[in-house]
Each structure stands twice: as C-alpha cells, then as structure tokens.
Design a protein around this ligand. Sequence first.
Ligand code: ADP
Ligand code: ZN
Ligand code: ZN
Length: 750
Amino acid sequence: MYADVIVDMAAGQLDKVFQYDVPETMAQSVSIGSQVIVPFGAGNRKVRGFVIGFSEKTDYDPMKIKPLESVVDGELTAENQMIRIAYKMKQVYGSTMIQALKTVIPVRRQVQAVIRRYYRPKASKAQAPAVLSSVLEDRRSRAKSRLMTWFLEDEGTPDGEFHWFSKETVLAASGVSQATLKAAVKEGLVEESSRQVYRRPLNNNPGFAGKVRLTDVQKKAADDIMEDSRQVHLLFGVTGSGKTEVYMELMARMIEQKRQVIVLIPEIALTLQTVSRFYGRFGDRVSVMNSKLSDGERYDQYLRAKRGDIDVVVGPRSALFMPFERLGMIIIDEEHDGAYKSEKSPKYHAREAAVWRARMCGAKVVLGSATPSVISYTKALSGEYGLHKLTERAKKDSALPNVFTADLREEFKQHNYSIFSRKLKQMMGERLKRHEQIMLFLNRRGFAGFVSCRSCGYVLKCKHCDVSLTAHAGGILKCHYCGFEMPVPKVCPQCGSKYIAGFGTGTQKVEQMVHEAFPQAKVLRMDKDAVTKKDSMETILSDFRAHKADILVGTQMIVKGHDFPKVTLVGILAADLSMYAGDYMACERTFGLLVQAAGRAGRDSLAGDVVIQTYQPDHYSVKAAAAQDYEAFYEQEIVYRQMMHYPPAAHIRVILGECADEAVLEACMKMLAQSAGEYIEKTQAQAEIVGPANAYVSKGKDAYRKVLYIKSSSLELLIRLKENAENCMQRESRFRSVYIQFDLDPMTMY
Ligand code: ADP
Ligand code: ZN
Ligand code: ZN
C-alpha cells in the first residue's frame, strides 16, 4: 500500500503529492489526515507531511519509493481534521482532493508585519457624556459622531477606563472610514497605541453581559443544549424570539470552559447590526471574517486562530475551517439558508461539514432558524438532533404580525391589473399617513419563468417530477429534472382562460409603480443592482433605519435578520415567484422567505401587518406562512418529499456535464447513465436514474450543459456511483473534452 503525502503544508504546496510506501508495521496506525514524518529530497531530510490518500498502485518505479519514517500520534490537530474533512467532501460531494484541500486550507499569502494599532476614547468613562454631547452638537461630521457614539457605548474597565479596541474592530464595528478615525485621533478625541497595551485576557472581560437578562425559555434552551449529550441541536425559534441571545449565552459558557466557537451567518446577513452585537459582548476576542478581507488578512486571521489569539470567529460558510484547536461549538444561524451550500466543487453543505468537524473534536453543533430546513427538522423529530423551541418573541410588547392573503385571481376578476392588491394599497396609504414604514418584498431568487393562469392560478407542472415547468424560447415548456417538454398551451387546461402567461416583474418596476401610486412617498430600493458599491447595502439599511425613506423595495436581501422598529407593514408582492422555481426545494424556500419577510413587521411595540399576494392562496406554503405555522408546512412538505423521493426521503446525486460539442456531451452523459444503470442492476441496489436532460442554463458561454440525477436512499451507494462515474471518465477518452462536476442534494436548479 502507498500513501499519498503532501509535504510542508504551511508552504501552501497543496498541489504536489508524493507517494510513500507504508510499512506493514504502520498500516494500522496511519489513516487519511495522519501526520507523518517522511524522508524528503535528495538528502532525505526528515520533514512533516500529511496523508491525503492511499493507493495500491503507483506510477513510479516501486524500487525508488521511500517508506514512511513514522506516524505522529496524539490528538487530532486542526490540520488533521481539515484534511479528513477535505477527504470526506471529495468522497461525498465529489471533487478532486486538491479542490477539497483548497476549500479547507487558505492560500498562504505573505502578510506584511503589521504593527497592531489600538484605540480608545481619550476621555475617562466619567467624562463620556460631556464628550458625547459636544460631538453630537457638531453637525458637520456624522461619521465622527457615529464613531464616538460607538466608542462611548463601551462599558469600560472596572477602574473607569475605556477598553482598547484594535483598529480592525473599530472600523468594522463602527462602520466609519480610516480617515475618520485618524481625524478623531488628531483632534484629540481618541488616543492611539501601537503596543498591545491592554489586550483583554481571556475571561477577564465583564463585557456587556447583563444588558439583556435571558427569559426562562431562553435560559432553558441554553441549559438543555449544554447538558444534553447529543451532538447536534436545533434551536427552532420564531423571528425575534431571541435566538441570538441564546447563541451569545452559549458562547460565553464555552469561553468560560476555554473552548472556542465558530458562528456561521449567511454573508448577506453579516451586517453591522449583527456583528456589533457580538463585538459589544465579546470585544476583541471575536474576529469577523468577511469577503472584504484580502487574502493576506485572511491568512493572518487563520494564523491568529491557530495560535489561539481569538476565541470566536463570526463569518460566512468558509469560517467553518478556522483552525481552532479547542473548538467547542459551531453555531449556524439561519441554518436553512442556501448560502451554506458551496457553489464550487466540492459542493459541500456547511451544516454537514460542521457535523463532521464537530464529531472529530467533540464539539457541539447548534443550528438556529425560524424556518428550519426540512432535512434538519426531520432529524430533530427523529431524536437524532436535540430540539429546542422558542415560540414567542423575546420583547414583551412585540407580537407576531397579522397576516392577510390577497388573492390575485380575484383582483384580476375585479379588473385590478396593478401589482398592488386593493388591500395592500389601502394599507400602504394608511401607513404613509401615520408616518410608519413599509417594506415591499419581491422574492425573485429561484425565479425560473414558470407559466401560470392569471385567472385561476393553475401552474403547469411536469407529470413525472411534480416540479413546475419552465418557459423557454419558442413557447416551449421544459422540466429540468427529466427533460420532459411540451408547448405552452393556448388556453388554461383547468379553466379555459386564455390569460396564461409567464410572470415577470422586477424591483425597478415595483419602485416605479410605487412612485405612480404614492407620488409623495420616499422609496429606497435594495437588490443586486443597487448594491454594487462596497458599502451601499449598509448605507441603504442604515438610511432606512433612520427613516430617511418610507418604503424599502427589495429582493430576499431585505428579509435577512434586519431589525427595523418602525416597519409596520410588509407586502409580499408575488409569493408564487419562488413557489414555482422548478426544483424540489421551491416550496421550502418560499415558505421560509414568506415567514422571514413577515417577521420584519412589527418588531417593536408598533403592531405589524403583512399582506401576501398570491395566485394560490390555498397552497399549503402560503397558508402555513400566513398562519406562521411551521409544523403545518412541514407536515405537508414531508409527504411530498417522501412521495417523490426527494431529500430527506432520499439523496440526490447530480452529475453535471459541460462540453463545447453537444453530440459528444450527449454521448458521454448517456454513457454515465448507462454505466450507473448497470452498476445498480449488478449490485441489486435501489436507485432511480433521471435524465440526462438539458440543464436549466442549457448553454453557457462556450459550452452545452447537461445534467443527470440519481436518487437513492443509500448515501453509500451514491458515493460508489460517483466513483463508478469517475472510473468511466478515466477509461473513456471522449471524456477528455467534457468537464464533469458532481453534487449531492442540490439546493438550486441545474
Ligand atoms: P432572533 O435572533 O431570534 O431573531 P434576537 O436575538 O435578535 O432574536 O432578539 C430579538 C430582539 O429581542 C432583539 O432586539 C433583542 O435584543 C431582544 N431580546 C432578545 N432576548 C431578550 C431578553 N431576554 N430580554 C429583552 N430583550 C431581548
Ligand atoms: Zn385557469
Ligand atoms: Zn420531469
């Protein structure tokens, strides 16, 4: 047996793999991820390496292959864990080992030796109110008052001084520019230190704890999670129920035990408002990872984590791979979110990878959501995950909103062809009069051009796959799972109406319609186009929070975790847009979006109303969302999943092929389907092959795209079928011009 070894990982040489012979005596003690000592180079220098795979054969002269020197034992280090995770990702989701390693280990970049700069207000704690009022008086600089307000909120040290905060923390948490900070130093408002004068030691920071006293339910949830021996816990709490406070309690307890915590938040929800809550409580022990960091900064953060300089990292999916050696907990907020699934190979889901990692180091995983994924909820019901519910909003005076459903078929019958139902329009008028705020939400993501009847709401679906058909040029409707096609019918098959058409509207159009209907209202828009500038998402959000506009129009970007106390009305313009996205997750996504959007209304003491506009008011996703009843949704959805063998009832292996030559691609994909079929037959396994069919985007820049699905309840089988496909690809020369990607349990349409 030969071991594939990467040598000196710190040098970032992930692509170079060396083979070593595994002596009989070591065969038992070496496994993937093991740290080994190997003779290296001409002088047989002894160096450290990691085993990333095994093989029975070798491309080299066996006589020249050197044996492993020794296996380093002891506990699994973070690096061992990462390599194992990479290997598992490659196996389960599909990718090369190198792609997988690059996912879990950052590229090494030279980090310039930086002097760490620390800042604090020049005043003492007692002088703070005076300083603050003089700064706020000076109206010329909003940024400066924002900075000082942030600084002066710090509760200070026991001896009445302010804490020192690193430059990174100050800039990220206060949201001001470097220039503002510099100016404040120059003016003598803030003092600077480039020594680590007061790096707050572990457990010595009173923080802001005690600002919020946990309710009994919150405390019970935290206690139960800590005491229950199960590894994974689902914290299922309605929007505003105080999940974040529970996370912080858990984090504090972990830190007390000298263990580290990773908090994952979808990138889009990683806003100043969220992040400052963590900073406020844990100060510099928290490090925030975001896409604005350069490779160098990211590597620096990696090294600090490795040295144990930080206890908590808050970040998107990739923060999961922070090399903490004392990892105690991984918290995944909004665990149902699609952003946790990687769009690059290996197309891992962070929730799964988190469980793998946690298992290796005895950590806990806490999944939080107001609308849990059907997958997680199923596991919680079965008892595999602990289930903890928060059924009420944490703030006493904020109740869940009233939800109204507006039937767009009815509006159509009453000759109201505008995008606002009469109910929504009337309520918007009322709010504007009362100077309250409104959010209008257009759930465009996953919009795939489904075709429906505007008169009765009937949606054309694939008779094999029970997903909606999508419209293509030339009036053709297609199923993107099995390839079924049919022309768009002239009249509705259900009611005979001729108003059968695709549904299309964008946020810009909505903005324009608002202007027409309410010329006096001030409107802000937030979507991908509006958020092109680096900070403009923060600007839009803070402007809206400061009530500089009455109405915020946006896509799902506006529903994630933002807290706007003055919003008392949320309008969901077309619930159907995401309901018929053409994949099995469409209803789950829709229900989640509707509930999250509704949850934006009435977060504070003002009562909130929600209007859901839809052609399908009787659809269970809409009805359950209107009743804010997750269980009702789940009960229906799980029946559909079981009936159609969609996750969690089965797993889905995706094989996506891309090639410039359509005929070659067709032949190759058919070959893969056939080979899978033979394997299934030979092993008498239970699996179903769907396709190959054209992908949703059937032609990319220079290549045709086709996709093959295999459904089976056996993950093991789907792993072997991937390996079978890889073998087939190696044997057949025609695959040389075909680019194949694998996926497992996709969350979007291919
Ligand atoms: P979630 O994460 O579940 O949406 P949050 O943790 O953001 O909920 O809490 C919602 C609001 O309620 C926040 O403004 C938070 O400060 C407040 N809150 C949470 N827990 C408490 C508590 N125990 N006492 C008072 N206010 C609380
Ligand atoms: Zn109809
Ligand atoms: Zn189909």
